[in-house]
Design a protein around this ligand. Sequence first.
Ligand SMILES: [Zn+2]
Length: 317
Amino acid sequence: MIPFVRALDFAYGRCDRVSPRIRRVIAENPGPFTYLGTGTYIVGEGEVAVIDPGPDDPAHLGAILAATAGEQVTEILVTHTHADHSPLARPLAEATGATVRGLPAPGLDTGFEEADEAGFRPDRTVRDGERIAGPGWTLEAVATPGHASNHVAYALVEENALFCGDHVMGWSTTVVSPPDGDMAAYLASLDKVAARGFATLWPTHGPPVTEVAPFLAAYRRHRLEREGQVLAALLAGRGRIAEMVPALYADVSPRLHPAAAHSLWAHLIKLVREGTVACEGEPGLGSDYRLALSPPSRGAGPSPGGSSSRDRRSPSG
Ligand SMILES: [Zn+2]
């Protein structure tokens, strides 16, 4: 079980100090993917960075400007370009003169989830490991693709904390929805974050995660368990996503079954690329999947067979 954290004392538009260097204002856009709403973080004092300005909502823009009255917003950092994260970046930059940083919109269908802000272009593209600093604060970009191909988290060096966007959420698992979402990249990003030993994760939605190592371990285990369930379903002769969803997500509201289907699709794409699962053509939502049986000629060594099959399949990206 994932040790979810959900309790949060807040009011929409109110600015709360949540750590020595961090304040938070929550936008009023609650929903099945945004929980209570988008949490916009303000880092520093006097000259500040704003992380994930949020949806294009004049009331939220007003709340951020009120929270930073008498201060200068110098940096606006975007974790990814879903519509509940980035659209307010440009209006906030126009109001403050701040520099917008992040990665451009991927220009890919993001599936059923939060729509992507397809036209998003940062003033400055961030690079993994790049540092952005102000008085008393240093933020380091940590590329974390998976939920979105352009997802970047930002580490607050002085507090050993990570603004993790939608990569990790305390209240829920994260949607990994192809074609922009990528399960293999997602798991690699989880490992990358776990290896850093952060003391606190600040997701864009919901309360912080403070028991970071066990939380990430459970988060990762959940994905691998799901992958095991997919393989078991294939072994039982259920080769279509539409057949797997009702069985694997019996405890989830049918309203969320389209999201569940995309999540299983993400698992199956990963398994096909790894050579464990096969289907005709490109792995799709409606494909008929089966377990791939290794030809006997591959012999006992697992790695040569695995890598050659991955190489063959890699052009699908
Ligand atoms: Zn998102």
